[in-house]
Design a binder for this molecule. Structure first.
Ligand code: NDP
Length: 430
């Protein structure tokens, strides 16, 4: 099969959604130079029960999720196909639609900080918090050197300790507490193991310096030193929606965002929509989506009130500007990424060269997913687009076979009765 050079390939794949499953896999295989075995891994479940049983305890088998690919993504002038593992209908179609709108304005522009994680050491029974903090800070260099001794390979790659910081809590439910932070660049790893090893290694030194007793030694999932940002500008003309003027759509999207800036009840749903996209890429790439979710939601509450992770406003030209910044501690080595056969094929399709590039792609996906949701909400409402896919799920839940799903779901929509009981009735008539 002829392959496409990485610089020439476009993620604009008109009509991709109309192809059969085998045709879609063939297109992606050509795009990402996947061999037959890799294509088979995508189409048949990559992870066997035996393999899964080696990954966790008390294994019984596997739990499969749909894997799709989002199209139209242009990020920093490079085209990406975005593999997403998600059970919720409409997520992949919605994010692809939003990426197409963003493309009309030149695509996403992204950046990321260095992949610096925070390891925490909890110190109790400290007689003098200020003196203990001073002793620890005076010995910062020795602590950082000891932490660096734990992973020569990360240090060799340019990562390792970056700083030691101390936070004092005069009061807690168990009395005064000192918390030591080790800032550590984990390069292309999510870094849980490197960080946890390092804080365990320096804990005895911290006990000696502080005169206290160490309890917990563990990374923080509020990785606010490891941020990714994505921005985009959508020309107002591209936002025209049926009889709605583009300027009205832009204004109503900005109003929708403002709702989630001031109201935590709305912000929770707004940010959940962002994570629909980010989590799906996390799962597909074998990253830890619980860690990413914990970090994102904690960061959304960083000023004391839980808020939207995004900003959308109408810029001075009347176009719609969007921006997201969030912590994204994701890796391209280690964890399940290297162990799960499907995640390995997914990484080949994504073709990212570093953990920070993956974080930037995920930030762009989060921003696009959010745009799709709030644009739908601010125009026709979310149910309009949702119903077609919902009807398919209802047909499946009623027991429709793959070849019956199109017909049954179309009938459910036509009869405006999208219910499992009605789908069963229709199935009995076929
Ligand atoms: P791994 O330990 O599997 O992989 C990271 C290791 O790979 C590094 O420590 C390094 O080890 C090696 N390595 C090889 N190449 C590179 C490179 N280019 N850059 C950086 N390191 C490289 O995975 P992680 O430490 O990333 O841990 C991720 C897992 O930890 C996830 O599965 C997560 O679920 C889990 N976890 C999460 C927690 C949380 O979020 N609270 C807590 C505990 C675990 P070496 O230096 O030895 O070569």
């Amino acid at each position: 099969m002829a392959t496409i050079s990485a610089t020439k390939r476009s993620s604009r794949l008109p009509g991709f959604y109309r192809l059969s499953l085998a045709e879609r896999v063939a297109v992606v295989a050509r795009w990402a130079s996947l061999d037959k075995a890799e294509q088979k891994t995508l189409m048949e479940q990559g992870l066997t029960a035996a393999h899964a049983g080696q990954m966790i305890e008390n294994g019984l088998g596997t739990f499969a999720l749909p894997l799709g690919v989002a199209v139209n993504f242009l990020i920093n002038d490079r085209d990406y196909l975005i593999p997403m593992a998600v059970e919720e209908p409409s997520v992949v179609a919605a994010v692809s639609h939003a990426a197409k709108l963003v493309r009309a304005g030149g695509g996403f522009h992204t950046e990321a900080t260095a992949p610096v994680m925070i390891g925490q050491v909890q110190v109790l029974d400290v007689h003098n918090l200020a003196a203990a903090a001073g002793a620890i800070l005076q010995n910062k260099a020795a602590l950082m050197a000891a932490a660096d001794d734990c992973s020569t390979s990360i240090v060799r790659r340019g990562g390792g300790s970056r700083d030691v910081q101390v936070r004092a809590f005069d009061q807690s439910p168990v009395g005064p507490m000192l918390v030591v932070h080790l800032l550590y660049d984990t390069r292309d790893a999510m870094g849980a193991n490197a960080i946890n090893t390092a804080v365990e290694a320096i804990a005895p030194m911290i006990e000696e310096l502080s005169g206290g007793r160490v309890n917990l030694r563990i990374l923080s999932n509020l990785t606010d030193r490891r941020l990714a940002t994505a921005r985009c500008t959508i020309p107002v003309a591209a936002l025209e929606h049926r009889e709605m003027d583009g300027a009205v759509v832009a204004r109503q999207v900005a109003e929708a965002n403002a709702f989630a800036v001031v109201d935590p009840y709305r912000a929770a749903t707004h940010n959940k929509g962002i994570m629909n996209g980010i989590d799906a890429v996390c799962v597909a790439t074998g990253n830890d989506w619980r860690a990413i979710g914990a970090g994102a939601h904690a960061y959304a509450a960083r000023d004391g009130q839980y808020r939207a992770l995004t900003d959308w406003h109408v810029d001075e030209n009347g176009d719609l500007f969007g921006e997201i910044t969030l912590p994204l501690a994701v890796g391209i080595v280690g964890g399940a990424t290297r162990v799960h056969p499907t995640a390995q094929v997914v990484m080949k399709i994504l073709d990212v060269g570093s953990a920070t590039e993956l974080a930037q792609v995920m930030a762009a996906v989060g921003l696009a997913q959010n745009l799709a949701a709030i644009k739908a909400l601010a125009t026709t409402g979310i149910q309009h687009g949702h119903m077609r896919m919902h009807a398919r799920q209802v047909a499946l839940a009623a027991g429709a076979r793959a070849e019956q799903v199109d017909e049954i779901s179309a009938q459910l929509i036509a009869d405006k009765n999208i219910r499992v009981a009605y789908a069963r009735e229709l199935l009995m008539q076929t």
